[in-house]
Structures are given as C-alpha cells and as structure tokens.
Design a protein around this ligand. Sequence first.
Ligand SMILES: *[C@@H]1O[C@H](CO)[C@@H](O)[C@H](O)[C@H]1NC(C)=O
Ligand SMILES: *[C@@H]1O[C@H](CO)[C@@H](O)[C@H](O)[C@H]1NC(C)=O
Ligand SMILES: *[C@@H]1O[C@H](CO)[C@@H](O)[C@H](O)[C@H]1NC(C)=O
Length: 528
Amino acid sequence: MRLSSILFLLLWIDSARPYKILVFSPRFSQSINNFLGNIADTLVDAGHNVTTLIPIINPNLRDGTHKSNKIYVQSTEEVKKITESMDFEEADFFEYNDFNIVTSAPFGQAFMSWVNAQCTGVIDEPGLVEKLRMEKYDVMIVENFEACGVALSHLVKPKSLITSAGSVPMGYQRIDFGIDDALSYNPSVLMSGVDVHSMWSRALNIYANFVFLATWYTCRTEINALFKHRYGPEFPSVNEISSHAAFTFINGEPLIDFAAPTLSRTVLIGGIGAKEPKKLDKELERIFSHRSKTVLISFGSIVQSHALPLQVKHNILQAVSRFPDITFLWKYEKPEDDFATVALANTSNLHMLKWTPQNDILADERLVAFITHGGMASTQETALRGKPGLFIPFLADQPRNSGMMERNGLGKVYYKHDLHDAEKFYAAVKDLIENESYHNNMAKIGEMIAQKPFSAKEMMVKTVELAARFGPSPALRPQSFDMNWIEYHNADIVAIFTLISLLAVFVAVKAASFLLSRVISIVKIKVD
Ligand SMILES: *[C@@H]1O[C@H](CO)[C@@H](O)[C@H](O)[C@H]1NC(C)=O
Ligand SMILES: *[C@@H]1O[C@H](CO)[C@@H](O)[C@H](O)[C@H]1NC(C)=O
Ligand SMILES: *[C@@H]1O[C@H](CO)[C@@H](O)[C@H](O)[C@H]1NC(C)=O
C-alpha cells in the first residue's frame, strides 16, 4: 500500500471513531440546562461518548440531558446556605428594574456569589480534576454566562475548548468571544430596540450595556481570583482562556435576530434547545378539547405568576373573561391561593397549571397565541412552532428577545407596567388573536427556518467533530484579544489627528489675525 493511502486510512479511522466529549453544565438556569443538555444528547445520538459535569447550584431545576453520562457535584455548605436565603418563589420581578444600578448591582453580585461559590466545590471535589484530566477529552463544551467551566478547562486540558452562550451573548460573553458590540445599532440585551437615528436612543443603549457589565462584574473577577489564588498568579484569566476556544456556539436564530457582527468561529445553533414535541397528555387534551382555540399564558420559570401584583392578576383575568370562546391556559404556580380559587370558580374558560410542557403545547394546532415573558427559549419555540406572541419582558435578555420578535412582525412587545391598564391589555390580546399579519409572518418564518440548508443539529455535530479532530485553529482567533483599549479603538490615531487639526486651526487663526491687524494698521495709516 502506498504511504498516502495508509495515511488516508488512518485519518478515516480517526474521523469515524467516537470522540470523548465533556459538557460543563452548572445547574443554575433551566434554559441553559436545556440548551447544553440538548447539545449533549444530540452528540450522543451522533455516536459520541459524552459526559456532562453538573455542579448543583439550584436543586429545584431539572437536568437538561437524558442520554449522556453524568457526574454530579453536590452543593457545598455555603451554596446551600445562600440557596436557603434566596426566596425565588416570592421574588418581585415586577418592580425590579435592570436599569436601576442601585438595585441591579447588588442583585447581580448576590446571584454570582451563589453560582461562583459552587465553583470552589468543583475544584475541591476529591480527585475530580485529576480524573477529568486523565480522560483526555477531545472536546470540552462550557457555558460562558458564568465562568467556572472556562477556568476549569485549563486544568482538564481537552484538545479543544468550545465556548457557548445559552441566549444572545450578554456583556462579558461578547468580550470573551471577541465579538464587537456594535452598540450604535445592535441592541443591548436590556433594550427591545435602538432607534438608530435618535442620539438619545443610542446613548441609552450604551448605558444599558454599561449597567449590565456593572451588574455582573463579579462573574469574571471572582473566578479569576479563585483560580489565581489556588493555582498561582500565572493562571490565565477567563478572557485569555476563552480567546483560544476552537469555536463558540450561540443559541441564536439569524432569521429572527437583529443582524449584528459575529466571527467565523461563532456558530449560531438557535433552536437546538427545542425538543421534538410530544402529544399532549390526558389532562391537557381535556383542556384543549373545550374550545377550538387555546391561548397559553406563561412567564417562565423565574418570574412567578402568583407573585405578580394583585391588580395585575385581576387585569389579566378580566381580559380572559372577555374572550368566552377561547380557552386560556395560565402557568400559575399556586392554583390553590385565594386569587386563583376565586378566578377559577368564576371564569369557565380559564385553566391553571403549576407547570406546562410549553414546547408540546406550542406545537398543538389548537394553540393560537402565546402571552410570554420573552425568554430566549420561548421566543425560539414560538418561531419554530409558528405561533404569534405578546411579549412582556421582565428582566435580563427578555427585552431584546421580545424586540426582535416585534421587529419581524411576529407579535408585539408589551411593557410590564402597562399590565396595570386593563383596557390596554385587553386591546393588545385582541390584536394578538385577531390580527392575521402575525400569523402570516410566523408561518413564513417557520417555513424558512425549516428550509435552511443546514440544521442547527448538523452544524453543531460537524463543528464539534472538526474541533475534536484538529484542535483549535489559531487562524480563527482575532488579534483584538492582544490589543489594549487604545489600540482597539485607534484612540492614539484619533488623538494625534485631533491634536494636529487643532494645531492647524490655531496656527491659521493666529496667522489670520496677524494679517488682519496688519491690514487694519495700513488702512489706519492711510486714513490718517
Ligand atoms: C465512555 O467514556 C467513559 C469514560 O472514559 C468510559 O468509561 C466508557 O467505557 C466509554 N463508553 C463507551 C461506549 O466507549
Ligand atoms: C366571583 O363570583 C362571586 C359570586 O358570584 C362574586 O361575588 C365575585 O365578585 C366574583 N369575583 C370576580 C373576581 O369576578
Ligand atoms: C396588524 O398588525 C400590524 C403590525 O402591528 C399593523 O400594522 C396592522 O395595522 C394591524 N392590523 C389590524 C387590522 O389591526
């Protein structure tokens, strides 16, 4: 056999073997769990050996992966203590305002100290880090909202690191991925849009980006400090480690997103978090069979419906009762509380469930519209299932997700404080249900997504296999990581150019005034 054919055979065998993949999935957000869980399960389906490392931060959340091997790291005593002190069920996200740095900064810090505390638990787990290093993983996939996995990857030493964002990249994620913010037209996560011709709107977008960075400041600093403290001052920063990632997965769908810069190593795999819909169970089938149309109301897993102000709940109820021919299914966590008991007894077209299989419900033909908080998973599922939405953002990335849906004519953004206005809310729901344009736009987008040349799953699997086989390509890492602020923004050039221009103006003015004074004196002499 010729040498080249032997080489080819070896490469072929290498490409065919199952790769060893580690997914780092800290349990603190259900939508991030689902995103990483579906990545893991899709890779298992493609024949790879996938292990998911799950540090347990919030014990109330479910695993996103059902097919990969799992390694759990139980909550440390400190994490448990913080969990007990956090009252998720009664948290007031209605009054919460991301733009108010006085309240948002302490919230961000408290949240991150909880998530980061479990990172200490991961590196302290006896034998874990050594065991993971010995496995010689081909690829390690981490989420970058929190940074424990990124730092850990430097100890585990996989052949390739793949970073990811379970939603649109937020704040420090963009910096670590090396993606430009383009704040003059790309809305910050806290904004539902930017009016690019309004200076005020662009300024607000810059402020929104700043306040987000300030709120989540400790998500990087605490992890950098922890690893430098444990492993010496030479331990690279989260930003440095992220910069060498082979690829970055982003949970975004370009066909509904705001067009904004990315890099060639960023792969948009929006929709991968959505599972194949299942048929409705008996209870739901019974609810859906009452009327020909059903509307779903759900504010996700963080914002609790029962904790909304009483007046707001009454206004929602009032709108429901004005559509007697439509069934409303409301995800309401305490259907036994006073409000719910009376509401259910008085309103025959209202049903409440503590938990709803949203993806299955949205796929049902009888579901005509969705009233939602606009989480990334929810907006993508509504697009995927072709259902229009009334998007009521409460916090974090919800305004931007909602804004991109409205911009594409897939529904409307509704400001949460307008829930105090019963008539306005009724009008919005009426428009959502009766305006054909949202349905038509949705149908078209759903079809376009289905017809895309490569599915999110194909792109994800092929990208992981490329990274597993060849390691990271230095060509894909932008030089911007090695530049300081002045260099990146060409501030030195702008400064020197400004200085020269000012100098030129100064000299010109001086010369002109000198000439003028000469002319005046000559004229004066003549007159005299
Ligand atoms: C997957 O990897 C684990 C850990 O290295 C190993 O114990 C297991 O045998 C592998 N499974 C398969 C099917 O190769
Ligand atoms: C519910 O019905 C009761 C009895 O008919 C009535 O007194 C009450 O005002 C109703 N409440 C609402 C919220 O409509
Ligand atoms: C339907 O919604 C679109 C987009 O908001 C709007 O331009 C149009 O006027 C609405 N049509 C009706 C009949 O209200």
